[in-house]
Design a protein around this ligand. Structure first.
Ligand code: WT7
Length: 626
C-alpha cells in the first residue's frame, strides 16, 4: 500500500463484528437489498416490509416500504425484554461536575413515556412538528425519543444558534410545540435559552405551547397559558403511566434537521423511521464495534446530525451505554475530557478534529495525568483531520493501541458513508473506503471519472437506507441540489481524490458551505444576518483556513453612505452576527471594502475574495463586472 499505513492489531480486532471486510463488502456489492434486509431483520418490526427498496420514482427512493415500525420501540422497549432492562442506558455529567445522573434502560423507558404523555397532552400527534432547543442534558434525549414514540416529527435546533436562526426554523417547520430549558451552561457562562425562545416566538403563530425544563434555576419570565414548567407537568396524573407507541410506516418522517446549503435559507433534511433506523444501527455496530461491555462517548451535540445518529439513535438501537457530557473540552481545565474518560471508563471515544487540535495545543502533560487504558477505539468526524492531529490522537490518547475511525458522512446521508471498520488498515487523514453497499466516484465538471490521484467532485452511486428522503416542504430543491447535475448519482458537495489503494481523501466543500469547528454554516446565512445592521449595504462571507477551527468566517462589508469604517464598527458587526445568528457564527474578522467583486449578472465572486485574502492568484476574471 502507498503512503503511511497503520495496520490493525490483533488486540483491537479480536472481538470485531466484521472479521472479513472484503467478504462482507463483496456480498453487499452482489446483493445490496439482501445485505440491508439482513441487517433490518436484526431489529423489531410490527410488520415486515413488502419491498426492501422501491426505486420506481427516483430520486425519491423508498426503503422497507410497507413495513410497520417505530424507532423508539427499538431504542427502548425491546431492551426491556432482555437483561438490558437493568443495564445503564445513559450516564450524564454536568459541566460543573457537581451533578451526575444515570438511567437504566428501564428508567429511560419511564422518562421517555412520561415526556411522550406530556407532549401528547399538549395536543401534538402523528406528523406534527416539535422544535427542541436545549443544552446537552438528558431531557433532550428523552424529548427526541418521546416525539418519535408518538409519531411527532422533531426538529432539534442547536443551542449555539440564536434568535434569527431559531425563529426562521420554527416558522419554516410550523411547529406547534417548543421544548426548551431555562438556560444552559457553556464554559461557566449562562446561555439564556428561554429568553432567546421568547424573542423568536414574537412572530410564530403556529406555536401553542412551550415546555421548559429547569436546568440553571435562574429567574425567567413565563407566559401564562403558553409556557409550562416541565416539572409541574410531570406532577399531573396524565404524565404518568404507560404510553402507547405509535405504529409508523417505515417511510413516515422521524425528524427534520436544518442544515446549511449554498444559497438561501437552511434546508430541512427529512429522515424516516425505517431506513434511518437500519442505517444508524448497522453503521455504529460495524464501525464502532459496539458491545454490551462498552461505554460509548460521542462528544457531539444533539443539535447536529452526529448527535442524532450517534449520541441518541444509533447507540440506543444497539443497547449501548452512552455517556453524555454537558460541557466542552477545556473547561475548567484542558484535562476535562481526559478526566471524564478515566472517571467513567469510556471505551469508545468519538469526537471532532477541531477539538483534537485545540487539546493537542495544550500539550501531552494534560492527558498524561490520566489513565486512559479503558479506551479501545477512537473516532473522528466533521471535517478532514490533518495527519498531525491524527497521529497525536493515535499516540497520546490511544497509546498506539486504538484504531481511529475517520467517518465521512453528512446530515443528508444520516449515517457513515466512507469509513473504516476496526480491521481496515488506516492512513492518517483518509476515511479509507465506502461502507458496505456504497460506491463512490470522483468526477470532473462534466461527470467524467477522473484518474486516481486527481481531485474532483465526490458522488455516491448507490441508494442507502438512511439517505435523506426530501427537503421538508421543498421536494424540487431536493432534486435540483443533489440529483440534477449528475443524473442518477448523489452529489455530495465535497471534493476528494482517490489513491491507488482505493482510499478516499476528502478535500472539502466545493460550495458556499463553511465548516467552522466542524459546524456547518452557509455564507448566505451570515450575510443575511449582517444585512439587518443599519450600517451595512452589502456583504460577503467566506471561509478561510484556520489552524484550530479548520475554517473560520471572514466577512467583507460595503457600508451605506454616511458610515465610516472603524475598529469599533467591525467589532459591532461581529457581535451583531453572534447575537442574531448565534455565537458559533461569529466572524473571525469583518473588514470593509469599497466595492464587492461581482459578476456582470450581480453574483458576488467569493472565490476572488478568497484568493485575495490568501494572496493567491485570482484566476479567471473575465466575468467580473467593470
Ligand atoms: C460535511 C457534512 C455528518 C457528520 C457531521 C457533519 C465534512 C464530515 C468528514 C470527515 C472530511 C468531513 C464534509 C461533509 N465532513 N465528516 N470524516 N472527513 N470531511 O455533517 O454538518 O452535514 O457536514 O462535513 O465536508 O460534506 P454536516
Amino acid at each position: 500500500m502507498e503512503g503511511e499505513v497503520y495496520y490493525p492489531s490483533q488486540e483491537s480486532t479480536a472481538q470485531s463484528y466484521v472479521q472479513d471486510w472484503e467478504a462482507l463488502a463483496e456480498s453487499a456489492r452482489n446483493d445490496l437489498q439482501g445485505f440491508w434486509a439482513e441487517r433490518a431483520n436484526e431489529l423489531f418490526w410490527f410488520k415486515k416490509w413488502d419491498k426492501v427498496l422501491d426505486d420506481s420514482n427516483k430520486p425519491f427512493y423508498r426503503w422497507f416500504d410497507g413495513g410497520k415500525v417505530n424507532i423508539t420501540y427499538n431504542c427502548v422497549d425491546v431492551h426491556l425484554q432482555t437483561f438490558r432492562k437493568n443495564k445503564l442506558a445513559l450516564i450524564w455529567e454536568a459541566e460543573d461536575g457537581k451533578s451526575e445522573r444515570t438511567f437504566s434502560y428501564y428508567a429511560l423507558n419511564r422518562e421517555v413515556s412520561r415526556m411522550a404523555n406530556i407532549i401528547k397532552a399538549m395536543g401534538v400527534g402523528k406528523g406534527d412538528r416539535v422544535t427542541i432547543y436545549m443544552g446537552r442534558i438528558p431531557e433532550i434525549t428523552f424529548a427526541m425519543l418521546a416525539c418519535a414514540k408518538i409519531g411527532a416529527i422533531h426538529s432539534v435546533i442547536f443551542g449555539g444558534f440564536s434568535v434569527d436562526a431559531l425563529h426562521e426554523r420554527i416558522a419554516d417547520s410550523e411547529s406547534k410545540l417548543i421544548i426548551t430549558c431555562d438556560g444552559s451552561m457553556q464554559n461557566g457562562k449562562l446561555v439564556e435559552l428561554k429568553k432567546i425562545v421568547d424573542e423568536s416566538l414574537r412572530h410564530c403563530p403556529t406555536v401553542e405551547n412551550v415546555i421548559v425544563v429547569k436546568r440553571t434555576g435562574h429567574e425567567i419570565p413565563m407566559e401564562g397559558g403558553r409556557d409550562h414548567w416541565f416539572h409541574d407537568l410531570c406532577a399531573l396524573p396524565i404524565a404518568n403511566g404507560k404510553c402507547a407507541t405509535e405504529v409508523m410506516d417505515a417511510e413516515d418522517p422521524l425528524f427534520i434537521l436544518y442544515t446549511s446549503g449554498s444559497t438561501g435559507k437552511p434546508k430541512a433534511i427529512v429522515h424516516t423511521h425505517g431506513g434511518y433506523m437500519v442505517g444508524t444501527y448497522t453503521t455504529l455496530k460495524y464501525v464502532f464495534d459496539i458491545n454490551d461491555e462498552d461505554r460509548f462517548w460521542c462528544t457531539a451535540d444533539p443539535g447536529w446530525i452526529t448527535g442524532h445518529s450517534y449520541l441518541v439513535y444509533g447507540p440506543f438501537l444497539n443497547g449501548a451505554t452512552v455517556f453524555m457530557f454537558e460541557g466542552g473540552p477545556a473547561y475548567p481545565y484542558p484535562n476535562r475530557w481526559w478526566q471524564l474518560i478515566e472517571r467513567f471508563g469510556i471505551s469508545i471515544f468519538y469526537t471532532a478534529p477541531t477539538a483534537i487540535r485545540a487539546l493537542m495545543r495544550f500539550g501531552d502533560a494534560w492527558p498524561n495525568k490520566h489513565d486512559l487504558s479503558s479506551l479501545r477505539l477512537l473516532g473522528s468526524v466533521g471535517e478532514p483531520i490533518n495527519p498531525e492531529a491524527w497521529k497525536w490522537f493515535h499516540r497520546v490518547i490511544g497509546k498506539e493501541r486504538c484504531p481511529i475511525m475517520d467517518t465521512w458522512w453528512q446530515t443528508e446521508t444520516g449515517a457513515f458513508m466512507i469509513t473504516p471498520t476496526p480491521v481496515v488498515p488506516l492512513k492518517p487523514g483518509s476515511g479509507t473506503r465506502p461502507f458496505f453497499g456504497q460506491e463512490a466516484e470522483i468526477v470532473d465538471e462534466e461527470g467524467n471519472p477522473v484518474p486516481d490521484g486527481q481531485e474532483g467532485f465526490l458522488l455516491l452511486k448507490n441508494p442507502w437506507p438512511s439517505m435523506m428522503r426530501t427537503i421538508y416542504g421543498d421536494p424540487d430543491r431536493y432534486v435540483s441540489t443533489y440529483w440534477s447535475k449528475y443524473p442518477g448519482k448523489y452529489m455530495t458537495g465535497d471534493s476528494a481524490r482517490r489513491d491507488k489503494d482505493g482510499y478516499y481523501w476528502i478535500i472539502g466543500r466545493v460550495d458556499d458551505v463553511i465548516k467552522v469547528s466542524g459546524h456547518r454554516l452557509g455564507t448566505a446565512e451570515v450575510e443575511s444576518a449582517l444585512i439587518t445592521h443599519t450600517a451595512v449595504a452589502e456583504s460577503a462571507a467566506i471561509g478561510l483556513p484556520h489552524e484550530v477551527k479548520g475554517q473560520a468566517i471572514y466577512c467583507f462589508v460595503q457600508l451605506k453612505p454616511g458610515f465610516a469604517p472603524s475598529e469599533d464598527l467591525s467589532e459591532e458587526l461581529r457581535q451583531h452576527v453572534s447575537r442574531h445568528l448565534g455565537p458559533i457564527a461569529r466572524p473571525e474578522e469583518v473588514s470593509f471594502i469599497d466595492k464587492l467583486p461581482k459578476t456582470r449578472s450581480g453574483k458576488i465572486m467569493r472565490r476572488v475574495l478568497k484568493a485575495r485574502a490568501q494572496g493567491l492568484p485570482e484566476g479567471d476574471l473575465s466575468t467580473l463586472e467593470e
